[in-house]
Design a protein around this ligand. Structure first.
Ligand code: HEC
Length: 131
């Protein structure tokens, strides 16, 4: 909970420094764009889940499925649309999450400029993880 509040406060800060219309903070973005398939808490039980093949995965157990580690870079790639050549019904969100960037360690030799809103959304999904 505390983490979500800190995240919300951070998004507010980013929004305050931005001249463009304030991007919605990650929890609202998630509710507006992801919950219909993945469910309000990301548990794979959104209203559209019943009619989708494959079904939207439970986003609150990504770390559990990955040996306890949350694969930040992989999750960001999936949301962005980068890592999904030709599978599933998951839309690409890279374009609407573009904007101000921050440097992220994606495992290469150099840090990768990554949209702040994508990083925040991924941190929000990480905050939803359960065992
Ligand atoms: C139309 C339904 C739909 C919407 C909307 C949707 N997803 Fe998905 N998502 C899926 C499906 C189906 C998959 C399974 C893999 C695929 O189809 O590519 C998936 C896979 C994922 C994965 C990979 C999970 C794993 O176990 O590796 C992540 C992360 C994810 N979605 C996040 C999001 C986020 C964040 C949003 C909103 C910005 C979102 N999704 C919106 C249907 C959806």
């Amino acid at each position: 909970m505390q983490r979500i509040l800190i995240l919300a406060a951070m998004s507010g800060l980013v929004a305050a420094c931005n001249v463009e219309p304030a991007p919605p903070p990650a929890p609202k973005f998630f509710a507006d764009n992801c919950a219909s398939c993945h469910g309000a808490a990301g548990q794979g039980d959104g209203p559209a889940a019943a009619v989708l093949t494959p079904a939207p995965p439970d986003l609150s157990r990504i770390a559990a499925r990955n040996g306890g580690t949350f694969p930040q870079v992989e999750v960001m790639s999936t949301i962005d649309g980068y890592s999904r050549a030709g599978h599933g019904t998951m839309p690409e969100f890279g374009e609407i999450l573009m904007g101000e960037t921050m440097l992220i360690d994606t495992g290469g030799r150099k840090l990768t400029p990554t949209p702040v809103r994508l990083v925040e959304l991924t941190a929000y999904i990480e905050s939803l993880q359960r065992p």
